[in-house]
Design a protein around this ligand. Structure first.
Ligand code: DAH
Length: 344
C-alpha cells in the first residue's frame, strides 16, 4: 500500500515537473512534492510506525523517490530559467522602427532659397545686408528725409544709439541695402536682396513685427532698363514660383525712392482670377511695390546725375508664403511653435 503510494507520487511529480514552464507553477510543485508538508514527507515521517518489514521496503523507496523528484525539479528549474532568458532577449522584428527625429528648414528659409534660385536663373546675384541699419541707409539715402511724412508709413524700432557714430534702427525694409550696394558697385547689375525686416506695430493676423522681404534691382545705363523689363521679369518670376501662368498688373502709387511708382498685383492664383474670398472677388492679389529708381537715390549713391536707369521692386516673402501654403495668420511663421513648422 505504501509502496504503491510512493510510486504514484513519484510518477505524478516527475510528470508535473516535466511540464512546468513557469516560475510560479514550479514553486507550487516544489512545495507540493518536496516541501515539508508534502505527501512524501508525510510518508517518510510515518515510516517509524510501520512494521519492520514494510519499513525495509518503503524506506529505500521513499528516499530514492525523493532523489528522483529532486532531480526532476532541478531539470525544471534550469529549463524555466533558460526560457526566461530567451524571452527577455527576444527581438521582435515586426515591431515598427523608431524614426530618428530629423529637422528641416523653416518654410520661409525654403521659399527664400526657391526665390533665390529663380532669380539666379534670370541672371540676378543674391546680396546680403544688415538688419541693424543706420537711419541714413534705411531712410535718408532712399529720399525719405526726416521731416517727410513718408517716414510715418513705416513704424520703426529705434535703437538707443547714444555715443555711437549714427542713429541706428532695425531696418524697416530691405530697400535699406539699395544704396549700400550701389556705393560699392557700378551698373550694370541685377541683384536680389532677401532678408528680415521689422515694424514697430500692433500685430494681428496680417501684421507682424518681424517679417521677410525681397528686394530686386536691375540697373543699367539710361534707356536700357524700362518698366517693361520689370513687368516681364515679374511675370517670369511668378510663373516659376507658382508653377502656372500669372498676370501682373501695375497701379500708380507713391514711394519716395521711385519715380514713377507702382503697386503691383498678380492674378489670383487660388481662383485663376475668377473671384474668391482670398482675392475679395477682385481676381487680383496685392503683392508689393515697385518703380523706376528715383534719380535722387542714384545721387545719394554717388552716381552721375542722369547716367543710369533701373527698376526696384520689393515684396513680402511672408505674404507669398501665406498664399502658397494657404496660411491665414502671418504670426504663425515666427512664433516658434514647432507643431506649425513640422507641417511643411
Ligand atoms: N520698401 C517698400 C516697403 O517695405 C517696398 C518697396 C516699394 C520696395 C517700392 C521697392 C520699391 O524697391 O520700388 O513698403
Amino acid at each position: 500500500m505504501v509502496k504503491e503510494n510512493i510510486a504514484r507520487i513519484i510518477e505524478e511529480g516527475k510528470e508535473a515537473f516535466a511540464l512546468a514552464t513557469e516560475e510560479m507553477v514550479f514553486a507550487e510543485l516544489e512545495k507540493k512534492y518536496l516541501g515539508r508538508k508534502s505527501d512524501l514527507s508525510d510518508i517518510l515521517k510515518g515510516l517509524k510506525d510501520l512494521s519492520p518489514e514494510e519499513k525495509r521496503e518503503a524506506g529505500p523507496l521513499a528516499n530514492e523517490g525523493r532523489l528522483v523528484l529532486e532531480r526532476a525539479a532541478e531539470e525544471a528549474r534550469t529549463r524555466i530559467a533558460s526560457f526566461k532568458l530567451a524571452s527577455e532577449e527576444h527581438i521582435d522584428i515586426t515591431v515598427p522602427g523608431r524614426k530618428p527625429a530629423v529637422g528641416h528648414l523653416h518654410p520661409i528659409t525654403r521659399l527664400t532659397h526657391e526665390v533665390e534660385d529663380i532669380f539666379s536663373t534670370l541672371g540676378f546675384s543674391v546680396v546680403g545686408g544688415q538688419e541693424v541699419e543706420t537711419e541714413f541707409y534705411n531712410f535718408d539715402a532712399l529720399n525719405i528725409p526726416s521731416d517727410h511724412p513718408a517716414r510715418d508709413m513705416q513704424d520703426t524700432f529705434w535703437i538707443d544709439s547714444e555715443g555711437l557714430d549714427s542713429q541706428y534702427v532695425l531696418r524697416t525694409h530691405t530697400s535699406s541695402v539699395q544704396v549700400r550696394y550701389m556705393e560699392a558697385h557700378t551698373p550694370p547689375f541685377r541683384i536680389v536682396i532677401p532678408g528680415r525686416a521689422f515694424r514697430n506695430e500692433a500685430t494681428d493676423a496680417s501684421h507682424e513685427h518681424t517679417y521677410h522681404q525681397f528686394e530686386c534691382l536691375m540697373v543699367d545705363e539710361r534707356g536700357k532698363v524700362t518698366v517693361a523689363h520689370f513687368k516681364h521679369i515679374a511675370e517670369m518670376f511668378f510663373r516659376e514660383f507658382f508653377g502656372r501662368d500669372v498676370k501682373v498688373r501695375l497701379r500708380p502709387s507713391f514711394f519716395p525712392f521711385t519715380e514713377p511708382s507702382f503697386e503691383f498685383d498678380i492674378s489670383c492664383i487660388l481662383c485663376d482670377a475668377k473671384g474668391c474670398p482670398v482675392c475679395k472677388q477682385s481676381g487680383w492679389l496685392e503683392i508689393g511695390g515697385a518703380g523706376m529708381i528715383h534719380q535722387k537715390v542714384f545721387e545719394k549713391a554717388g552716381y552721375d546725375a542722369g547716367k543710369y536707369q533701373g527698376f526696384a521692386w520689393g515684396f513680402g516673402l511672408t505674404r507669398l508664403a501665406m498664399m502658397k501654403y494657404g496660411v491665414t495668420d502671418i504670426r504663425l511663421f515666427m512664433d516658434g511653435d514647432i507643431r506649425f513648422i513640422r507641417q511643411f
